[in-house]
Design a protein around this ligand. Sequence first.
Ligand code: 3PG
Length: 212
Amino acid sequence: PESDVLTAVEALAVVPVVEIDDAATAVPLARTLAEAGLPVVEVTFRTPAARDAVAAIAAELPDFLLGAGTLVLPDMVASAAEAGARFGVSPGYSRTCLDAAEKAGLPFVPGAVTPSEVGACLEAGARHIKFFPAGAYGGISTLKALDGPFGWTGARFMPTGGVRPENVAEYLALPNVFAVGGTWIAPRSDITEGRWDAIAERARAAAALRTQ
Ligand code: 3PG
């Protein structure tokens, strides 16, 4: 069920956002993250290899919290679900994407940064909302301000875009943040070049944040 997957994401607190250029790197990447204590990823659907990458991880690691991101059109939502994604993420709010996710039975995290967009997400029944691009839309101070009118609704956010080692703890400490996302753990070039040790080190540090 929807809530179980997103509750599991919430428990891990940090979601590596990745761009995969070669589907062959997907399973080694996922294994690296899982062994580092961070068995979760948002594979962005903005590279030609993204769908095959998701399918490969789904086939090899069924327990991995496998997310698909950058889902901005309903066909992309359906494709991600068919490939085996267990949750979907969008940078924005789209009614047709939400409908596609519901049809596919895919737990879905829509995006919002303004009060009107947050309201639209609430109307659609979403309580897990991506806040993107977090840094450019006021970051921590905007999330604090949104907690006033929206905190009582149970809406909570996953800030992504500009989250870095130096500010991640501050984001995670906010009461209306359920997780953070970002590319700093597994940057594109590290994945392409197979720098698994460097990724593992940053993933271990990210995993340690949730117990602080
Ligand atoms: C995303 O798609 O969520 C962003 O590209 C992540 O942004 P970051 O590179 O600032 O972490």
